[in-house]
Design a protein around this ligand. Sequence first.
Ligand code: PPS
Length: 240
Amino acid sequence: MAPWPAPPPPPPPPPSLAAPPPPGVSAKGPPARKLLFMCTLSLSVTYLCYSLLGGSGSLQFPLALQEPPGAAEPPPPSLPPPPVRLGAPSQPPAPRPPPPPDNASRGEPPEPPRQPAAPGADGWGLASGSGGARDAWLRTPLTPGEMVTAQSALLEREVPESSTTDEELAGRRAANGSGNAVSTPDYGEKKLPQALIIGVKKGGTRALLEAIRVHPDVRAVGVEPHFFDRNYEKGLEWYR
Ligand SMILES: Nc1ncnc2c1ncn2[C@@H]1O[C@H](COP(=O)(O)OS(=O)(=O)O)[C@@H](OP(=O)(O)O)[C@H]1O
């Protein structure tokens, strides 16, 4: 009978994954140094990649927050200098000076502050002190000085044509003979009309009267008097 074969010898232990220590180095030293080297290398590569991808500004952001850009200390010599991005300014842009006024940009001397015009000297017939409508118009900041001057001259030329003072009204009444007002205890001062609306029936005279009546200086009768066609015989004393 054949004898049982001898059991196979146990397999040799697998070779260690770690490289055999070089001669002259202890067994625990190389892995620690290698791990430290790998960490340093990975950090360096990470920093390099991050800087190449444009993250240098982000890396310097905390330093920029603490100190002004000009006072930032140079990087230590051990670290590689951050790469300079093409097209990026080497120095941060200087703060913009405040925009000069319009007159300075055109080479004109600065305009002195406006003084409120004397009342009655502006030709508007309105009180032009502080807070007047014309002063508010002149102080509009978006309007150039030339435009304001031109518009003011235009308004001063146009307004006197349409403005009517109390003295002018009194003169017109005296000239028209309508200044003879009659005072009555019931109706107060009664005057002859200064204007008449004459129109045919259904010609829109009522609508015209209502439109004119909106003006604060207009006093009109409530109903159509029909003086000339129905009540002429009653005389001017009735018409007043
Ligand atoms: N702007 C305008 N356009 C067209 N039509 C207008 C306008 N204003 C007044 N009306 C019409 O005019 C009619 C009233 O006119 P009168 O006020 O003259 O009437 S009255 O004669 O004094 O009674 C009256 O018409 P009827 O409603 O048919 O009577 C108003 O509607």
